[in-house]
Ligand binder design. Structure first.
Ligand SMILES: [Zn+2]
Length: 317
């Protein structure tokens, strides 16, 4: 070993060590570009402290944020045949599944949970966009069916937090078949007289918006969420027209009656609680006497002040 090796080696190793510092402590907001410390962001439920941008939220944090004391019971997601079409594009579907499972620690993009929201037992289904774009495949369809059956069996309201790029193309027609299946499943909840509430989060697109995500009794959206069926570029090319500003954003859909209200994530639990209590109240007035319900029979006074950040839809029906 000559003198040059002795001089340069320690410096080189020092340089490489520096690169090992964790780089996930700070998150950059996609909207305003500000950096936020990971603990502050988690405490704010991933709402940017600087510009109020609602970042994507995983199922665990979502479920914790809606249930009483953050307590809930996870219902095992159903199993389905794996890769029946032996699908392969740039990668094998089985390899994509493996990677998504390693990344999220979940079996698929859907999580079902039962818990209480201000005392009322409620079934909640959450889609995880981090798992193959929250795509709807056979496991997804089965999960909607199971969650709906659970809600009917327990006489509980059913809440969906939608986030999806659409049907899972690797399952071809088998994934498309989940759209009518999920539609029938949520219909059963309605037939049982139970509320089905949809919370649209960023982004909800494709086959999911073409089926169960747009069939709620009430549609709530998080601010600025991207909601649509086909992509804006595809629509522009098809109709050969420039689309209006804000097209497919929650606020645009609220103005056009596709969404009933836009609710800030920090107000979501209170709003859901209020809606559930209103919809779960049984009529207490007698049939056929033509009288209107007594104000005192409603769980929430009609003239109770609205939550400030809730915007009422103009054309919503
Ligand atoms: Zn921001």
């Amino acid at each position: 070993m000559n003198w040059l090796d002795k001089m340069t080696r320690p410096k080189l190793s020092g340089f490489f060590k520096k690169r090992e510092t964790p780089d996930n402590l700070w998150h950059k907001c996609r909207k305003c570009g500000e950096m936020a410390f990971h603990r502050d962001l988690a405490a704010a439920r991933y709402v940017c402290p600087n510009c109020d941008h609602h970042m994507r939220l995983g199922p665990d944090a979502r479920l914790e944020s809606v249930f009483d004391d953050g307590a809930f019971e996870i219902i095992k997601t159903p199993e389905a045949p794996v890769d029946p079409l032996k699908f392969r594009d740039e990668k094998k579907y089985t390899d994509r599944l493996k990677a998504a499972r390693a990344k999220t620690g979940a079996a698929d993009a859907f999580a079902i949970a039962v818990g209480r929201i201000t005392g009322q037992e409620t079934v909640v289904l959450v889609q995880n966009f981090e798992f193959m774009g929250g795509s709807l495949g056979m496991v997804g369809g089965e999960s909607v069916v199971r969650a709906a059956e659970k809600a009917v069996a327990r006489k509980a309201p059913f809440i969906l937090f939608a986030a999806s790029g659409g049907a899972r193309m690797q399952e071809g027609v088998l994934s498309l078949m989940q759209m009518p299946r999920a539609t029938v499943a949520v219909d059963r909840v309605k037939e049982a007289g139970l509320p089905y509430i949809v919370v649209l989060t960023d982004p909800t697109t494709g086959g999911v918006t073409a089926s169960y995500a747009m069939l709620g009794d009430i549609h709530i959206s998080e601010p600025d969420a991207h909601i649509g069926f086909a992509g804006a570029r595809v629509i522009e090319q098809t109709i050969r027209e420039k689309l209006p500003a804000g097209f497919q954003r929650a606020e645009f859909l609220l103005d056009h009656g596709m969404v009933d209200m836009i609710v800030h994530r920090h107000e979501m639990r209170d709003t859901l609680s209020r809606i559930i209590r209103l919809l779960m109240t049984k009529n207490t007035w007698g049939p056929g006497d033509g009288s209107s319900p007594e104000r005192s029979t409603l769980p929430v006074p009609i003239d109770a002040p609205a939550v400030p950040s809730v915007q009422a839809g103009k054309g919503a029906g």
